[in-house]
Design a protein around this ligand. Structure first.
Ligand code: AMP
Ligand code: MG
Length: 355
């Protein structure tokens, strides 16, 4: 067992203080020595290791319990480092100019500097430049290349707070940098630039419409919302059950009044048969439900509030040992596509549609 140190650092909007900078330098040194450090980014907490050191990547898989065919994202902090890890093309330059630093990951052919362990044996590499000041500083202090998947145990919701990183990683990694609650709350958009037209493999805050303003044509992997497409997802990670709470989650969508009626009826029946029932509602509908645990995930008027709270609510339902969960559904357009993609995976695609 390792002694995991937890160190408080600044959030997204402030620069680190001199003392925090010292802590980040120390974290960078741990990464240079082949150790692991969890850190805040603008999307979710990442579990970092030196991306160019195959032993560090192995340790990341081990700490997460992650299948080793599921590649890691390499994080950089400046554009001039991109050619070190990837073969850059025109589309990559355009995308980087428009969206970096920020919540966008691009897939490109890898260079020989990147070990096969980091890319799950693939000839391509996923690269992102995060905007969070702590992440940027840490990557610089670590030598420029930090492999970092989300800092959760494999299969669990990604952590948006350091306490959830600690829950999954205590004793398995050297350090956790605690920057408070992260802003976006869902993982980065992934776009594959090795195919023509480029294809979105995982939806996120940067939407298809935003990407289409920069690239003429953009496709989206059909498996993102449709489980029955008969195809395998192109991002290896998307084939695994993911983001899942311990309780059995069902999404109920359709006519708003019928959704409330259905959830209340089933919540009552399930609790009579001994289940502890939780409901994922919205600000607008919170007062409509009778169940043991009812939580608002945000407002329907503001989908970024829903993204921001989703993983936290799933973790809180685990904390309260809820065994059966009903969630309202959301419109799968724009940023909503990312919300529904994660919610569908968390529910193992169990959806009730009421006309
Ligand atoms: P995480 O870092 O936990 O958000 O997971 C990284 C995601 O990026 C997983 O779904 C991976 O399958 C995906 N990914 C990483 N590298 C590649 C790659 N070279 N090609 C396709 N998908 C990738
Ligand atoms: Mg993840």
């Amino acid at each position: 067992m390792l002694q995991t140190k937890i160190i408080k650092v600044s959030g997204e909007s402030a620069s680190p203080t001199p003392r925090q900078e010292e802590a980040i330098r120390c974290a960078g040194e741990i990464l240079r020595q082949g150790g692991l450090v969890a850190f805040p980014t603008e999307t979710v907490y990442g579990l970092g290791g030196d991306a160019l050191n195959k032993d560090s990547s192995r340790k990341i898989y081990e700490a997460k319990g992650r299948p080793s065919d599921n590649p890691l994202i390499v994080h950089i902090y400046r554009m001039e480092d991109l050619p070190v890890v990837a073969q850059v093309n025109d589309a990559a330059v355009k995308i980087a100019e428009a969206f970096w630093p920020g919540p966008l990951t691009m897939i490109l052919p890898k260079t020989e500097r990147v070990p096969a362990e980091t890319t799950g044996g693939l000839g391509t590499v996923a690269v992102r430049m995060p905007s969070h000041p702590v992440a940027q500083k840490l990557i610089a202090c670590a030598g420029g290349f930090v492999a970092a998947p989300s800092a959760n145990a494999s299969g669990k919701p990604s952590p948006t707070l350091a306490k959830y990183v600690a829950e999954d990683m205590m004793g398995k990694i050297e350090m956790i940098l605690d920057g408070g609650e992260v802003g976006i709350g869902l993982e980065s958009t992934i776009i594959d630039l090795t195919v023509s037209p480029p294809q979105i493999l995982r939806p996120g805050y940067i939407t298809e419409a935003m990407l289409q303003q920069v690239l003429e044509e953009v496709d989206t992997d059909v498996t993102i919302l449709d489980e029955n497409s008969g195809q395998a997802p192109r991002a290896p990670g998307m084939k695994y059950r993911h983001y899942a709470p311990k309780g059995e989650l069902t999404i109920v969508t359709g006519d708003a009044e019928k959704v409330v009626e259905y959830i209340n009826l089933h919540a009552k029946q399930n609790s009579m048969s001994g289940e502890k029932v939780g409901v994922i509602a919205t600000e607008e509908t919170l007062h409509c439900y009778q169940a043991q645990v009812v939580k608002s995930v945000g407002s329907r008027m503001d989908e970024s509030s829903i993204a921001h709270h989703l993983y936290r609510v799933l973790r809180e339902l685990d904390d309260e040992q809820v065994t059966c969960i009903y969630s309202e559904g959301f419109t799968a357009e724009g940023f909503g596509q990312a919300i529904m993609n994660r919610l569908l995976k968390a529910a193992g695609h169990k959806v009730i549609t009421l006309e």
